[in-house]
Design a protein. Structure first.
Lengths: 147, 147
DNA sequence: CTCTCTGCAAAGCATTTGCACATTG
DNA sequence: CAATGTGCAAATGCTTTGCAGAGAG
């Protein structure tokens, strides 16, 4: 991630570029992926010892909203369970959290191929498609407008 | 889910079929998908008032292990964050929780098509492929062995 | 100056766990 | 009976939030 680019990105929004945020961007940039909030905190504290976890979470949330970070673990607040009738995937409204079952023909083959390519065994997959359902899409404002 | 079938399924394992478990299976069977643990608890308590949430979670975990329930929200215990360089997906070892970035060519088109078919807007998708990495697959025992 | 951000510490929530007792096979 | 399951309640771990002071533009 190019911090100056993001810099510009932030400036186009109501968000301010603070030194904490810059440090968090640098931490994300600093190699390795799949960082936990805790790891990011450690990195950030190397240069800015006083930073708190709350700030890390708040900032990551903004960056996600701006599409600058990808989060692994798109979860409803609580897990959902259902009997396995037939393998299916999920379409999730990011607005109202409505969850719809969908089929994704051919997906399993793709996933198997990828898993096998990496020498994984017991391969399975789950696809989550996110978006805005008809109701929320109608009412709401488009994704990238600044409020 | 056919409770008698599961019954048989459970009997083939070290797990016992208790009345709590039977009730949970019935709750899962009882219509509606994407049930939260809390919802399942409510349903179960209609016939077995004394059941606790702990039992629900313990049972759901067994059922997941046996492949009888599908869980939405396959999360590492903590979320993972990474800078968005290029859209990619994840290959997760269910054993050691190692996470690998993978490309899934063509997937986005599939997801877009599905989303559009359901009249969703701002469609995006994320695929998680699970399995056992070479190291864990070698050491470990196969998925469906009892014990 | 005003509005946004931050640190801190407490709260929130879903989930897990230890333990003594109850149940299953 | 021996092994497994259960309820209860406390603990855990990640994440969110209220607040009062600090900082950005």
């Amino acid at each position: 991630m190019d911090v100056r680019g993001v810099d510009a990105g932030l400036l186009q929004t109501r968000y301010r570029l603070t030194k904490q945020r810059a440090a968090i961007l640098r931490a994300l940039d600093g190699g390795g992926s799949h960082l936990s909030a805790e790891t990011i905190l450690e990195r950030v504290r190397e240069e800015l010892p006083g930073v708190s976890l709350g700030t890390i979470y708040r900032t990551l949330d903004i960056l996600r909203e701006l599409g600058l970070v990808q989060v692994f673990s798109y979860a409803a607040s609580a897990a959902r369970f259902e009997a396995v009738i037939e393998k299916h995937h999920h379409l999730l409204c990011v607005e109202c959290r409505q969850l719809v079952n969908v089929a994704a023909p051919g997906l399993n083959e793709i996933a198997q191929a990828i898993g096998t390519m990496h020498h994984f065994g017991d391969v399975d997959c789950s696809l989550t498609i996110t978006g805005r359902c008809p109701a929320c899409f109608g009412n709401g404002k488009p994704k990238s407008s600044n409020n």
